[in-house]
Design a protein around this ligand. Structure first.
Ligand SMILES: [Zn+2]
Length: 121
């Protein structure tokens, strides 16, 4: 499952960060995922919480937020798409809101998985 491997790398990074900061416990993390990353938020949260159990992240608060998709067309218009994206419909969404261009689209934001905030205790 996609979400579990992502959850694993999130927990690994948080533990590494905790070690660098000499922290004994992680209280809270905040994750941001682009809507094109095709992550199921509940599954990711569940995976992170399960994996946290055997670590210093046990019991931490996990906050997950979606980032809207930002694209740039070949005419350099920027469009923000904040609707929920269905995998099969991706090509339909990636269209300039101004000129309708859908061929020279550059994705500026929407595929990332970021750990935005980690709070230690
Ligand atoms: Zn355009």
């Amino acid at each position: 499952m996609h979400e579990i491997s992502i959850a694993t790398s999130i927990i690994d990074s948080v533990i590494e960060l905790a070690a660098q900061n000499n922290a004994k416990k992680v209280k809270e993390i905040s994750i941001e995922i682009g809507k094109l990353a095709m992550i199921d938020k509940e599954q990711l949260k569940f995976g992170v919480e399960i994996l946290a159990n055997d670590t210093l992240c046990k019991g931490m608060n996990v906050e997950i937020k979606f980032l809207p998709v930002k694209i740039k067309c070949k005419n350099k218009h920027i469009t923000t798409i904040d609707e929920d994206v269905e995998f099969l419909d991706i090509p339909k969404y990636l269209k300039c809101g101004k000129c309708g261009d859908n061929e020279g689209i550059e994705i500026l934001q929407g595929k990332e998985i970021l750990i935005r905030k980690v709070v230690f205790e």
